[in-house]
Structures are given as structure tokens and as C-alpha cells.
Ligand binder design. Sequence first.
Ligand code: SF4
Length: 373
Amino acid sequence: MTSFYDLFTQQNWDRIKESIYDKSGNDVLTALSKSQRDLEDFKALVSPAAAPYLEQMAVQSQQLTQKRFGKTLQMYIPLYVSNECQNICTYCGFSLDNKIRRTTLTDRQLLKEVELIKEMGFEHVLIVAGEANKTVGVDYFKHAIELIRPHFSQISLEVQPLDQHEYKTLIAEGLDTVLVYQETYHQEDYKKHHPKGKKSNFQYRIETPDRLGRAGIRKMGLGVLIGLEDWRTDSFFTAMHLDYLERTYWQSKYSLSFPRLRPFSGGLDPKVEMNDRELVQLICAYRLFNEEVELSLSTREQEKFRDNVIKLGITTLSAGSKTNPGGYAAGKESLEQFEISDERSPAEITAMIRKQGYEVVWKDWEIGFTTSY
Ligand code: SF4
């Protein structure tokens, strides 16, 4: 069966990187003048040559986003169910070699988190876990979805990659969206950052969206961890992956995230720094490349940056996030996966959104649309 990996193996990272850095101001102007942009245009828009054109990019990005999504922002919140993990990832607080107290939520703890999340007003929850297949595998997720399904209109998952039949099982339970980040498309560096555990299998991870598409997922989210490798080249591969998936699994919808490496206890410094201006450039480049894709911004980013950037292309925002299991009930008892930058409450964040003339959307999907119970 063919997959994105077949297309990916025909690419050469160094040549693509060089072609991005070779783009000129004229290439950027050509990309800006088009109504439909291709991957060559995307290279120009993420290149250093595009830096002087950021203002034009931002204006176009804002217009396109409002045309497709209106002046709305969808809200979601992560629900960390476990910090158990069998992988070593150099950049993560849950890594197997990090000596922290491990915990997985019981039914009672899970429902307590749900109660607190509901009190904050959320209808869309993102279940997050480390990768511990034996203890926190498909059966755990199936049960968790069953338990929390009556309380939310949208359930998303950000956990270990699964097999196609396993995704089908969870979709039948009411799973709506799966986020699976490639971390980096640089295969050699990927190996360095994932030396142990199932995650070290680059091909299995990169083929996950194909399995999701075949399983019939409604929406999937892609992205890389910015800071591991050259962000312009990694973002190009993300755009190429998105382009392939949209053409192959046209029934699914897509979202993109652009998390920047954040500090955690004993953690890794970014190999490549991306400043705020460059992140704005990337957000606008994604929007100019693809009018339909949702662009999601988490509480990893500083509040001032979030306030300024939401108008430029973002469609989905988290608020009030805790990145430790049981965090809503217990505060910081177990270690966080990474530090949060924007610590404002959901009420404060929604007030900021409304002040900017945007409508806050808590619920844009109903589970009953995809399930038959
Ligand atoms: S990134 Fe995911 S797989 Fe890697 S250590 Fe963290 S939780 Fe585990």
C-alpha cells in the first residue's frame, strides 16, 4: 500500500533547504500575487527573503482567514490522562529516562478533571498521554472516551500512533480528531531525538496520517516541534505532507500546529531558535498556502504574542491548560510535560478575544454526527 513515506523518500532534505534559502524577493512577490499557491510558493513565503514582506503577508492572511472562518476562534483544552511513557525523547518531561512520579488517571480522577473542565465552559477536549502501550493503550482510550463522551461535543486525541483498526475502534466510540506530530522530518536528527522505544520508528510515525485517513477520521492535525531542526525546511515537509493528505484523503479535515520547544525540568535547548517574527511569518505562510486548514495555537506561547497573533490566521486556541495528569484537580503535584507560558484563565482569554471583535466558539461539532448510538 502506498503512503506519504514513498513520496518522502524521493526528497532530499539538503537540496530542499538550499532551494528555500535561494528564494528571492521576486519569488516572494510572485507568490503574493497568486490566488492559488503551490509548494514552490510556500518555499518563498517561509524563506528569509520573505522577511521584508511580512506586513503584506499578514494582511492577506487575515483576509483569507476571515473569508473562510469569519471572526471566530474555537476553544479547546488538553486533558492529560497519563505521564507514563516507554520512549526516550530528548525534549520531553515525560521521557522514560526522566525520574518522575508516573501516574495514570483512574475513572474517578478522570471524571473529576472532566467536571472542572466543564466548569470552565469547554465543549472540546484533547486527551493527551505519553506512550505506554501496555498500560495506556487502545482499551484505556476506548474506556476513557466512553466515560467522557456524554460531557463533550468534540473529543480529540494526542497519544501514541496506533494501527488502522485501532483508530476505527476509537472513531466508532466517538473520537473526532487525532493530532500526530512528526516532531522533525529530518530522518537522521529524528533518530537522535528518539533513541529508544516505539517512537524511534520514523516510518511508522510518518505513515500515521495515512492510517488515520484510511480509518476515516474526521480531522487530523500535523506539525513539527520547532527547535529540533531548520524550521523552514521542516515546515516545508509539513506543507508537503498536508498537500498529499488532502489529495489522498479528501474526506478528512486538517489542522496544523507550530509548537516551539519549551523548557522542562532537565530539558534540551533548541538547536534552532525561531523568533516571534518568524513564527508570524510561518503562520501567514501556512494560511496563504492553504485557505481551509485550521491553525492552532497553544498556551506554550506568551500571552502578549497570542493576543497579537490571533487575528493573523489562527482559528483554534487552548486556554487554562495544565500539562500534568490530574492537573486541574491537583495543581502541580506531578511533573508537567512542558512549561505553560500563557497562564491566564479561560475567562480572561475569552474576554481578550471578544475585545478584539472575535466570537468565541466552544462547540463547532456534535459527536452524534459521526456515531450511531
Ligand atoms: S514526547 Fe511523547 S513519546 Fe516522547 S517522551 Fe514525551 S510523552 Fe513520551
